[in-house]
Write a protein that binds this ligand. Structure first.
Ligand SMILES: Nc1ncnc2c1ncn2[C@@H]1O[C@H](COP(=O)(O)OP(=O)(O)O)[C@@H](O)[C@H]1O
Ligand SMILES: [Mg+2]
Length: 238
C-alpha cells in the first residue's frame, strides 16, 4: 500500500472576484521510505498541495489517501487526531510557540499525542543534537537565528515519528552547509524509518537527496525526474 496518494485533487481559491485554480487535478503517489522533492516557480501551487496532503485544506475535487484512509472520510475531529499522529509538517513560517523553549517546542508534539515519556524526551534531544542545536535546548525561539528556528521546526515535525513528513522550504533560511545537512538528515530519517517525505524547495542542489523530483506549474505536474542520473544532473545545473 502506498503511504500517500493524491488522486486528481483540485483546489480553487475564491477571493472577491478572482478565482485561482491553485492545484489542478493533480495525482501523486509516495511510497514508504521515499523522499520526493517538489519544485516549481512561486505561485505554482506547492504550498497548497502540501496543505491538501496534510489535510489542512480539503480539496474541491479528488481525494487524499494516507495509509489507505481517505482524509475526507475522517470528519473534522477525526482528521485533527489523524493529522497529529500521522503527519509531521514544517511550514514556510515555522510557527514555534514563543514562550516555550526549544526543547519544549519539540516535546509539544509528543505531549499533544500523549507520548511524552522518557523515550520521547530522549528522541527530542537526539534530533535537536543531530540538527546542531544541542546548546540551544533551553533557549526561547526569539533568542535563535531564523535558520536555528527552522531547524527546531524540523525536529518538531519528526519527533512523534509520523508516517508522512511534509516540509515546505525547510532549507530556505539556512547557509549552504547547514542546508545540505538538514536536507540530508531529512532524507536519512525518511529512508531509514520508512516514512514518506515531500520537501518543497527552490534550491536545485537540495534535490540530490530526493528519490524523485516533481515539478509543478500552474497547479499541474509538468516534469518528473526519477533516475539517479537525471536527479544528479538537475541538482548540479538546476
Ligand atoms: N489563501 C489563499 N487565497 C487565495 N489565493 C491563494 C491563497 N493561497 C495561495 N493562493 C494562490 O494560489 C496559487 C498557488 O499558491 P501557493 O500554493 O502558495 O504556491 P507556491 O507555494 O508554489 O508558491 C497562487 O496563485 C497564490 O496566489
Ligand atoms: Mg509556497
Amino acid at each position: 500500500m502506498s503511504a500517500l496518494e493524491a488522486r486528481a485533487v483540485s483546489k480553487l481559491y475564491r477571493t472577491h472576484d478572482i478565482e485561482v485554480l491553485a492545484v489542478d487535478s493533480l495525482t501523486l503517489t509516495v511510497e514508504p521510505g521515499e523522499f520526493v522533492a517538489l519544485i516549481g516557480p512561486s505561485g505554482s501551487g506547492k504550498t497548497t498541495m502540501l496543505a491538501l496532503l496534510a489535510g489542512l485544506l480539503l480539496p474541491d475535487a479528488g481525494e487524499v489517501v494516507i495509509g489507505g484512509r481517505s482524509l475526507s472520510s475522517l470528519g473534522k475531529a477525526g482528521l485533527a487526531a489523524f493529522r497529529l499522529e500521522q503527519i509531521g509538517f514544517t511550514f514556510q513560517a515555522h510557527n514555534l510557540v514563543p514562550y516555550l523553549t526549544v526543547r519544549e517546542n519539540v516535546e509539544l508534539m509528543l505531549r499533544l499525542n500523549g507520548r511524552l515519556d522518557r523515550q520521547g524526551r530522549a528522541r527530542a534531544i537526539e534530533l535537536l543534537t543531530q540538527l546542531g542545536l544541542e546548546h540551544r535546548l533551553n533557549n526561547l525561539p526569539s533568542e535563535l537565528s531564523g535558520g536555528q528556528q527552522q531547524r527546531v521546526a524540523i525536529a518538531r515535525a519528526l519527533v512523534h515519528e509520523p508516517r508522512i513528513v511534509l516540509a515546505d522550504e525547510p532549507t530556505a533560511s539556512l547557509d549552504s552547509e547547514r542546508a545540505h545537512q538538514v536536507a540530508g538528515i531529512l532524507a536519512q530519517l525518511i529512508h531509514a524509518q520508512g516514512r514518506a517525505g515531500i520537501m518543497v524547495t527552490h534550491d536545485p542542489r537540495m534535490c540530490i537527496y530526493a528519490d524523485r523530483i516533481v515539478r509543478l506549474e500552474d497547479g499541474r505536474v509538468t516534469r518528473v525526474l526519477t533516475t539517479r542520473e537525471e536527479i544528479a544532473v538537475f541538482a548540479q545545473i538546476g
